[in-house]
Design a protein. Structure first.
Ligand SMILES: Nc1nc2c(ncn2[C@@H]2O[C@H](COP(=O)(O)OP(=O)(O)OP(=O)(O)O)[C@@H](O)[C@H]2O)c(=O)[nH]1
Ligand SMILES: [Mg+2]
Length: 420
């Protein structure tokens, strides 16, 4: 994929009021869509909402409204129309025909575009390309000349468009299987690396994009993860050691953030990046306490966690940016909604010790103490234990040693199964 300069394109946003989504919610979603569009490099020149009893298979909205939207976009000199709702491949195509030289995309395509712009590592680039091709495949049409507009996202990426125009479905499929193999390889490397981490108590920061995960990571570990007031600043996973007290360390990971309607293709292809979340002993669910949409964010986070099979994991809610919450009423509401949460400000380094204390106590709850008899012939396990666990007591006998050991229950189970 080629890097091409993004120019400031003018965009008109469209949201539909339908079903259980009321007008206020639609407007909120459009405000978020505006942030996404700006992150991608567009300049939003207008927002349109439309109440619908029934979704139109041809244009999502009715034909008359579709004409009106295109007309309004032209009047505003916009080059781009972005729907908050998913457009089916057919709807996208119909809009292209209707709008001639305007690009018409949906939220998923916009998010994919941002990921594409922000991907730096080999892994992230591979994952984004895979997701993009998965999104593109059902949307290919014979109108190659329109393809660029269909997939181009924001900014004219002629290089990208032309190569896309040349490849047909078969080539895309071949490319998809190649990318999948590459990701499997990356995944295997990761599994090897993660073997060495098994003895640690593993915690993972998860949360809505821009909630402050990377800021927390940096404040706790002294890492230098990229922090920016923009959506999806982080697309890779960083793992660091953090001391929770004088004698115990944990591993903390920071990874890609979530957003409402994160495209399924993206979640699927970011599995290897999200592996640290899936394997974690504890999730630190980071919420932006200053956002009026904090409970929606919480729902979205849980949906994505379910999607990657991490919904049942032990978690601790972290209400970040508490420095921005001045209204005592809101503070009380937050306390009521999230009674177990730890409130912090990562930016001002406020109450980070409280956070570490909570992690420490959850970790120590999870730690098990057992007695094991190990024959001297099994030197490997003895050294494994001595390296990785707290040995509380040692008693030697003729053939071996009896040890009282303390460590994460998963690790203890692993040792017991080796001895069985
Ligand atoms: N006021 C305030 N701002 C914060 C706090 N924590 C983070 N921020 C700001 O919020 C913005 C986003 O922070 P990041 O740490 O990049 O957020 P993130 O969750 O890693 O975001 P993505 O990687 O983009 O998903 C930055 O401008 C931070 O300076 C906080 O406690 N208080
Ligand atoms: Mg980040």
């Amino acid at each position: 994929m080629q890097e091409i300069e993004i120019k400031l394109e003018k965009a008109l946003l469209v949201g539909v009021i339908h079903g259980d989504v009321d007008e206020a919610a639609t407007i909120e979603h459009l405000d978020e869509l505006e942030l996404l569009a700006e992150t991608a490099g567009a300049k939003v020149v207008g927002q349109i909402t439309q109440r619908l009893k029934k979704l139109n298979p041809q244009f999502l909205v009715g034909k008359g409204k579709a004409d009106q939207i295109v007309g309004q976009a032209k009047e505003l000199d916009a080059q781009l129309i972005i729907f908050d709702d998913d457009l089916s491949p057919a709807q996208a195509k119909n809009f292209m025909n209707l709008s001639e030289d305007l690009k018409v995309i949906d939220r998923s395509a916009l998010i994919l575009d941002i990921f594409r712009q922000h991907a730096k590592s080999r892994e992230a680039k591979t994952q984004v390309e895979l997701a993009h091709l998965g999104y593109l495949l059902p949307r290919l049409t014979r109108q190659w000349t329109h393809l660029e507009r269909q997939i181009g996202g924001i900014g004219t990426r002629s290089g990208m468009g032309e190569t896309q125009i040349e490849i047909d479905r078969r080539l895309i499929r071949t490319r998809i299987s190649k990318l999948k193999k590459e990701l499997e390889k990356i995944d295997q490397e990761r599994t090897v690396q993660s073997k060495g981490r098994q003895t640690y108590f593993r915690t993972a920061l998860v949360g809505y994009t821009n909630a402050g995960k990377s800021t927390i990571m940096n404040a706790l570990s002294g890492a230098d993860v990229f922090v920016q007031d923009q959506l999806f600043a982080t697309l890779d996973t960083t793992i660091r050691q953090v001391e929770v007290n004088d004698s115990q360390q944990i591993l903390l990971s920071d990874t890609v953030g979530f957003v409402r309607k994160l495209p399924h293709d993206l979640v699927a292809s970011f599995r290897s990046t999200l592996k640290e979340v899936v394997d974690a002993d504890l999730l630190l669910v980071v919420l932006d306490a200053s956002s009026p949409h904090v409970s929606d964010h919480f729902k979205t986070i849980n949906n994505v966690l379910d999607e990657i099979d991490a919904g049942e994991k032990r978690s601790l809610i972290v209400l970040n940016k508490i420095d921005l919450v001045e209204d005592i009423k809101i503070l009380n509401q937050l306390k009521q909604a999230f009674p177990e949460a730890v409130m912090i400000s990562a930016l001002d380094k406020l109450r980070l010790d409280e956070l570490l204390k909570s992690v420490e106590s959850i970790m120590n709850e999870d730690f098990q103490t057992v007695d094991v008899d190990i024959p001297f012939t099994n030197g490997k396990i003895i050294s494994e234990i001595q390296n990785d666990m707290d040995v509380l007591d040692r008693e030697y006998y003729d053939e071996g040693v009896r040890m009282t050991i303390k460590g994460p229950s998963s690790k203890i189970q692993q040792i017991l199964s080796q001895l069985a």
